[in-house]
Design a protein around this ligand. Structure first.
Ligand code: AMP
Length: 413
């Protein structure tokens, strides 16, 4: 039997209602703030992610689904949304539009990670990007919007961590300082941390190894090395969050798995989730557009995992699915008349389902009850019996009277 590939899943019809609620809240909350939806291709030139996300990141080194397109070009299934959105911004000359350009997406992404609860190889993210504005109010706006989305979805036990990565120059100096510190303490570091000191020393803060963690407590912190402008920007972001009543924790070791971040970084997590506790996160990426050959353009954004939000929001309301009319028929009656009634009912704005399975009349009524139909029209050899499923009342009608009767919602005798 052929099964869905490891780490993937089917979104079945019964799963869709809760996802639709997330989509509706996202569209409402982001739409009200001027964000407009964008969809980029599911695959891109591999170079986009190598350059955008960063050669040294886990994503680029280990997790990309990369393939040759048959003509010698290397393509990659998108592992994240920011680099593609920035590629689209440059490609369509969006720097000529009034800035910032506010965009959101809801798409699926692909990473070859070890599957576990809340971690998949194809997963969905909703994301927001504000491109072309560098002020701290942009960062705060985005954080507030994600907080509002998580609140609207009643995602449980959420905490927000924020930090600042400063600019690439002070970060490079800091990296060198941190690498020196790590080399001095090599004996107290886990082998995989030691192996990456020069490639990506910041990742040492991610380690789960106890002695590594203890060593990292005394390590120099980037937050203490920010330039005056970056420190001021970060203070302003925090003040805006304070004013907005958004609680946060400062996490000087907050490291995100993508290289393009500058200044503000943030992450929402939920203790309701277990090991994969990250619900959504993001930050500022003021150099990314330039790296993609666009004009120097500031940007900021976030992405939140749909599956993680679904897991952490257990009482997400499901959209009620109503069936106004089920069209049944006695075996000897014309199926064309039944077909016509269901079509006309839908054209009149009702939801109407037609019996297609050849059930007995008793079976059809049982099925209508099971799907919660408000009315059943039983097509007879002549005329229609319209049954109100709530009251149980039934009346004989001309075919032409069926739909008006339902629309009036009139009490049946
Ligand atoms: P990232 O793009 O790595 O910053 O991830 C943003 C959010 O996407 C995370 O907080 C998760 O909610 C979600 N996410 C990332 N990777 C996965 C994955 N492999 N499976 C499911 N959700 C994921």
């Amino acid at each position: 039997m052929i099964q869905a590939p490891r780490g993937t899943f089917d979104v079945l019809p019964e799963d869709h209602a809760r996802r639709a609620v997330i989509e509706a809240h996202t569209s409402r909350i982001l739409g009200a703030a001027g964000y407009r939806r964008i969809e980029t291709p599911a695959f891109e030139a591999t170079e986009l992610f190598a350059r955008g996300v960063g050669e040294a990141t886990d994503i680029v080194q280990k997790e990309m689904y990369t393939f040759d397109d048959g003509g010698g070009r290397s393509l990659t299934l998108r592992p994240e949304g920011t680099a593609p959105v920035c590629r689209a911004y440059v490609e369509h000359g969006m720097h000529k539009l009034p800035q910032p350009v506010r965009l959101w997406y809801l798409s699926s992404f692909f990473r070859s990670e070890a599957p576990q609860k809340g971690r998949y190889r194809q997963f969905w993210q909703v994301g927001a990007e504000a491109i072309g504005a560098e002020g701290p109010d942009t960062d705060a706006e985005l954080i507030v919007l994600l907080a509002e989305l998580l609140e609207a979805l009643a995602v449980r036990d959420v905490t927000l961590k924020i930090s600042s990565l400063g600019n690439p120059e002070t970060r490079a100096q800091y990296r060198a300082e941190l690498a020196r510190y790590l080399h001095q303490h090599e004996d107290a570091l886990a082998p995989e941390v030691r192996a990456r000191i020069d490639l990506n020393p910041l990742r040492a803060f991610d380690s789960t190894d106890a002695t590594t963690r203890a060593t990292m407590e005394d390590a120099p912190k980037l937050l203490d090395r920010l330039s005056a402008e970056d420190a001021e920007h970060f203070e302003a972001v925090k003040a805006l969050l304070d004013d907005a009543g958004i609680a946060y924790q400062l996490d000087p070791a907050l490291v995100r798995g993508l290289d393009y971040y500058t200044r503000t970084v943030f992450e929402f997590s939920s203790t309701a989730l277990g090991a994969q506790s990250g619900v959504g996160g993001g930050g500022r990426y003021d150099r990314l557009i330039e790296q993609l050959d666009g004009p120097p353009t500031a940007g900021c954004g976030w992405a939140a995992g749909i599956e993680r939000m679904l897991l952490a929001a257990t009482d997400l309301p499901t959209a009620a699915h109503t069936v106004d009319l089920f069209v049944a028929r006695v075996p000897t009656a014309s199926s064309d008349r039944a077909f016509a009634i269901s079509t006309q009912a839908r054209r009149a704005g009702l939801s109407a389902q037609l019996e297609l399975a050849g059930r007995s009349l008793k079976g059809q009524l049982k099925h209508a009850d099971r799907i919660g139909a408000r009315y059943v029209a039983i097509v007879q050899d002549a005329g229609i019996a319209l049954k109100n499923m709530e009251s149980g009342d039934q009346q004989e009608l001309d075919t032409a009277a069926v739909i008006p009767t339902i629309l009036r919602g009139s009490r049946l005798a």
